[in-house]
Write a protein that binds this ligand. Structure first.
Ligand SMILES: [Zn+2]
Length: 189
């Protein structure tokens, strides 16, 4: 059985200078790269919207225009260039697809099963939206899920959203650990 790192939406629009900048989003680069070098498989999701996506303020939605397919903002953060990806999964491709979860209308669950994955380590952006939804769905799909606490950051539309999201992920069956703890146990194992 294999261990997979699942990097959620580590894209320019969610990091410094992006349209929907997540505070401290760039800071996850270090732990993400370290873990990617140590796990069997590495998968990344992209928020990948059409220009008229229903979540955009211009369309009456809650968010500024972000991660429009094929734009610089939708590109991966430069740190991903140093990571070898086994597959990329795009979500939120349809106008009405919310796309918070990497599993929504995607082949992700099948890709993980095809890779003989039983353990999924979730990191990326943002804790209170796409990381939350992806981790909860990964639990529902039957994977053993660990959320990497120092490799996620939240939007925090309301203060405490990230803490609440972590609580919900644990409730769904995910465990949480820091990258140092994971790397130390990999060393021991
Ligand atoms: Zn989006």
């Amino acid at each position: 059985m294999a261990k997979a790192l699942l990097i959620i939406d580590f894209q320019n629009d969610f990091t410094s200078g992006g349209a929907l900048e997540v505070p401290g989003g760039d800071e996850i680069a270090g732990p993400v790269k370290r873990l990617a070098g140590r796990l069997d498989l590495v998968f990344a999701t992209r928020d990948w919207h059409p220009p008229d996506h229903a979540s955009f303020e211009t369309e009456g939605g809650p968010w500024p225009v972000h991660c429009v397919q094929g734009t610089h903002g939708a590109d991966f953060h430069p740190a991903i260039g140093e990571v070898e990806l086994d597959a990329v999964v795009d979500v939120g491709r349809g106008r009405e697809d919310e796309g918070y979860s990497g599993f929504e209308k995607s082949d992700l669950a099948q890709i993980l099963r095809d890779g003989d994955v039983d353990e999924v380590y979730v990191c990326g952006l943002a804790t209170d939206y796409c990381v939350r939804a992806s981790a909860i769905d990964a639990c529902a799909e039957g994977f053993e899920v660990t959320v990497v606490e120092d490799a996620i950051r939240g939007v925090e539309v309301n203060e405490g959203d990230s803490e609440r999201a972590l609580g919900e992920m644990r409730q769904a069956g995910a465990r949480t650990a820091t990258s140092d703890e994971l790397l130390a146990s990999a060393e021991a194992g």
